[in-house]
Design a protein around this ligand. Structure first.
Ligand SMILES: NC(=O)c1ccc[n+]([C@@H]2O[C@H](COP(=O)([O-])OP(=O)(O)OC[C@H]3O[C@@H](n4cnc5c(N)ncnc54)[C@H](OP(=O)(O)O)[C@@H]3O)[C@@H](O)[C@H]2O)c1
Length: 405
């Protein structure tokens, strides 16, 4: 296995294509397709070895299946938007290809993301003898694999509490910009929050719980409890779990803009009339905001993302943090991308390598924590995302552990 078709030539998809093109021993044939051929041409002009490109509208199952039949990939890596997950999975089934993505399906008409739509493909992928690997970015992706590593390598006998902690302490110099697709990002952070405790999902108003978290190489930063999709699969796959929460940092400027956008209806999904035309407010706002792939130049600072795990080992309480720190300027120097795109785009390359080598195998639909974690983490460390494991004392994260949820 050595043929890959990447769909989506945006901020993160360009990183996947560029990193694959640096490893021709693994990826002998690389094909990049996207809605606009110009996006592919730009990426192809920047890869270190030549790649093939095509235009495709991945909402169109027949067109995507025809492309898959023409390219004959061993794996399709979906780096387009969550809206395209189901059509691309349908096209893979029709044309007989394996599938991977970095974000779970979202219906356009409702800001809601759940695995149920993609998990429902289990029987169809299994019967077709194909593999679908879900959520192989950073979060979801690396964060799931950090938890799996702690469980599989015996760092704990039982992991009881998981806090996924995501800090971008970077400065892109813009008044307001999102680090990945603005429409998807704004839908995610303006939803009500949710966390899981003792078997129940507990809903909270959006951004209503916050605390200081001490991030490696960044320091204490205000972090907000939001819902994130990997919580749904980790609840199923980590044994002994009592609670899982997800925290993300937002600066005051970001929150201020978000409040204004929300209060005047700019995040709305329902069409409004403008000069006789139907306009969806969030799509209009998306088109006003900077495209994430344009943020890389001059971006300074670091991302610091990981998991804080509390549980037991040999009858004793244990707390550990597993994390990666990436530097925006360094990732830009390497592949012309800011660190959020880089940390999203490198894991699918390692995931593809695991799949090609048979280290990750099986037919059906899988979340990444169901596969061996250690070989993946060794591979991804060499490709640019090293991980660290450190012991955490109660004092180190006192504010986080004090939050009453
Ligand atoms: N797991 C993680 O850690 C993580 C983190 C960040 C983002 N993500 C996910 O990564 C994905 C890409 O994010 P991004 O920041 O790279 O966004 P982006 O820069 O907006 O890129 C998305 C790309 O998708 C392409 N696209 C959109 N609709 C398409 C269609 N119908 N057919 C074919 N291509 C289509 C666009 O193509 P054109 O340029 O050709 O129009 C665009 O370049 C999203 O699903 C996002 O949720 C995951």
């Amino acid at each position: 296995m050595d043929r890959v078709l990447i769909i989506g030539a945006g901020a993160a998809g360009s990183v996947v294509a560029k990193k694959c093109a640096m490893d021709r021993e693994t990826f002998k044939h690389i094909h990049l397709a996207s809605r606009r051929i110009e996006s592919c041409e730009k990426v192809a002009s920047e890869t270190v070895t030549p790649i093939e490109i095509s235009q495709v509208d991945a909402d169109d199952v027949e067109a995507t299946a025809a492309l898959i039949e023409q390219v004959k990939p061993d794996l399709v890596i979906n780096m387009a938007l969550p809206y395209q997950d189901l059509p691309i999975m349908d096209a893979c089934l029709e044309a007989g290809a394996n599938y991977m993505d970095t974000a779970n399906y979202e219906p356009r008409e409702e800001a809601k993301f759940e695995y149920k739509w993609q998990w429902a493909y289990q029987d169809r992928f299994r019967e077709a003898g194909l593999t679908a690997i879900l959520g192989c970015g950073f979060d979801p992706g690396m964060t799931n694999i950090y938890c799996a590593y702690a469980q599989q390598e015996g760092l704990f006998d039982e992991i009881e509490y998981i806090d996924i902690v995501d800090c971008n302490a970077g400065d892109h110099g813009k008044t307001f910009a999102t680090n990945f697709n603005p429409e998807i990002n704004l839908r995610e952070v303006t939803q009500d929050g949710k966390y899981w405790k003792n078997g129940d999902w507990i809903e909270i108003p959006a951004l209503s719980i916050r605390t200081m978290i001490d991030y490696p190489e960044v320091g204490p930063t205000m972090s907000y409890l939001i819902y994130h999709e990997e919580e749904e699969s980790l609840v199923k796959h980590i044994k002994g779990l009592k609670q899982i929460r997800f925290w993300m940092t937002f600066g005051d400027e970001y929150i201020k803009h978000l409040d204004v956008f929300k209060s005047i209806g700019l995040i709305g999904l329902e069409p409004i009339k403008h000069k006789g035309m139907d306009i969806i407010p969030i799509e209009f706002l998306r088109d006003l905001l900077p495209v994430p792939s344009t943020l890389a130049e001059g971006y300074t600072g670091k991302t610091s993302i990981g998991v804080i795990l509390r549980g037991t080992k040999d009858g004793q309480p244990v707390t550990k943090m597993i994390y990666n720190v990436s530097d925006h300027a360094k990732t830009n120097e390497e592949v012309g991308a800011q660190a959020v795109s880089y940390t999203t785009g490198v894991p699918p390359v390692s995931g593809a390598k695991m799949f090609f080598d048979g280290v990750w195998s099986g037919t059906g639909v899988f979340n990444v924590e169901q596969f061996p974690a250690k070989p993946f983490l060794e591979d991804v460390s060499e490709r640019g995302l090293p991980f660290h494991v450190k012991d955490v004392s109660a004092n180190d994260q006192a504010a986080l552990f004090d939050v009453d949820t």
